[in-house]
Design a protein around this ligand. Structure first.
Ligand code: SF4
Length: 390
């Protein structure tokens, strides 16, 4: 099967009024999809999760959020190269993806008139060579697996030649968006496998968001990569209307575990412009995750619930009767990794910054709001949120 990519809504079974409703959105954010991924949508179901991931929605036009919610620009040392955590560099090697997720936190790089995000590879390699504290590099984008195999090999071989780069990660949603990119290019798989060596593996961090994405083709692509010696892990944001149901999340985690792809991060959806309808409040998200994990076996319950915040990767550790506990899982140079801190509960908070404002809210008001939102009661033993019985 070869994959046909489209930027037009014309081939989709949408009504004229549905197309009309997203005219403003389409003028701002591109649409991109392909026939394989679109074939996963049940068009009879207006709430289909794959449709929600890929088809523009009028709510994207709401003025909310920031185009660079994690302040990636502050850690960009040259176009397309970020150096936030001392041991890790991120290279934006591609400015195109197999589709455009409507919740994309880097949608700014796909907008008309945006600054070129792609890295100058030789310059980036020189920077990494000079920064001996960098032990691993994440090749990201856009999607690096949309580069030609030869172009991707140039980058990987350049990085592999730097003695202090101990391993390379590739962020790619191609096993999900278009597994045939992998299935139909054995040379790509062979090339990746040739750089995944004893003591220095190639990782692919992929992004399955919903169990419906775990198709036979996706399983085959994943298996081909694994057989070549690539280590795969998965990260996904928690998305309203896509995977914010404990059963769906458990199905996703268990499906990943069956493929041998450990769930690695469950991310709090970043407050990116146009993403308000995807966000799930932090405390509700924690409760959904705990409920999902009750239906997962060991290999399926490895995901950390984290926020990629401007000040570091912040893990949501737990919820007590009146507080939310966080741990700074990763930190830039001026912060302390491992630090644990707490804020008073705020059921409306969708991002760390929202907790900074909670002092203005009285405990009684928050409690009343929590009840109104039907948030869970707390476990008296461990403090974790547990769903109320129906
Ligand atoms: S795959 Fe990643 S970078 Fe590409 S559109 Fe989706 S979220 Fe954005």
């Amino acid at each position: 099967m070869s994959t046909y990519y489209t930027h037009s809504l014309d081939s989709l079974p949408l009504t004229d009024s549905e197309k009309q409703a997203v005219t403003k959105v389409m003028a701002q954010y591109q649409f991109r999809a392909n026939d394989y991924y679109l074939s996963l949508i049940d068009w009879e179901n207006p709430s289909d999760p794959i449709r929600r991931i890929i088809v523009p929605h009028p709510d994207e036009a709401r003025g909310w959020g920031a185009l660079d919610p994690s302040s990636e620009c502050d850690y960009t040392v040259m176009p397309g190269l970020q150096h936030k955590y001392s041991d890790t560099a991120i290279m934006l090697a591609s400015d195109v993806c197999g589709g455009l997720c409507r919740f994309c936190f880097r949608k700014r790089i796909f907008m008309d008139g945006s600054e070129p995000a792609k890295v100058d590879v030789p310059e980036a390699l020189r920077y990494i060579e000079g920064a001996t504290e960098i032990s691993n590099v994440l090749i990201s984008g856009g999607d690096p697996l949309l580069l030609s195999t030869a172009r991707l090999e140039e980058i990987i071989s350049g990085l592999s030649a730097i003695p202090h780069v101990q391993f390379i990660r590739i962020g790619s949603r191609m096993p999900v968006f278009d597994p045939y990119r992998i299935i139909n290019d054995p040379a790509l798989v062979k090339m990746l496998g040739s750089y995944s060596r004893p003591g220095s593996k190639i990782y692919i961090q992929t992004h399955f968001n919903h169990p419906n994405e775990i198709t036979e083709a996706a399983q085959k692509a994943v298996h081909m990569l694994q057989r070549a010696g690539i280590i795969l892990t998965n990260q996904t944001p928690l998305l309203r209307g896509v995977n914010d149901d404990p059963e769906v999340l458990a199905d996703l985690f268990n499906g990943l575990a069956r493929m041998g792809v450990p769930p690695y991060y469950l991310f709090v959806c970043r407050p990116t412009t146009g993403n308000q309808h995807f966000t799930v409040p932090v405390e509700e998200g924690y409760t959904i995750l705990q409920a999902a994990l009750r239906h997962c076996s060991g290999p399926a319950k490895r995901a950390r619930f984290c926020m990629s915040h401007a000040t570091g990767k912040i893990e949501v550790l737990g919820v007590t009767e009146d507080q939310v506990l966080f741990r700074r899982h990763r930190a830039p140079a001026d912060k302390v990794a491992g630090e644990i801190f707490a804020f008073p509960r705020n059921p409306r908070a969708t991002w760390l910054d929202d907790y900074l404002d909670t002092e203005a809210d009285s405990a009684e008001a928050l409690q009343a709001e929590s009840a109104a939102l039907d948030l869970p009661d707390l476990c008296k033993t461990c403090g974790a949120g547990v769903p109320r019985p129906n």
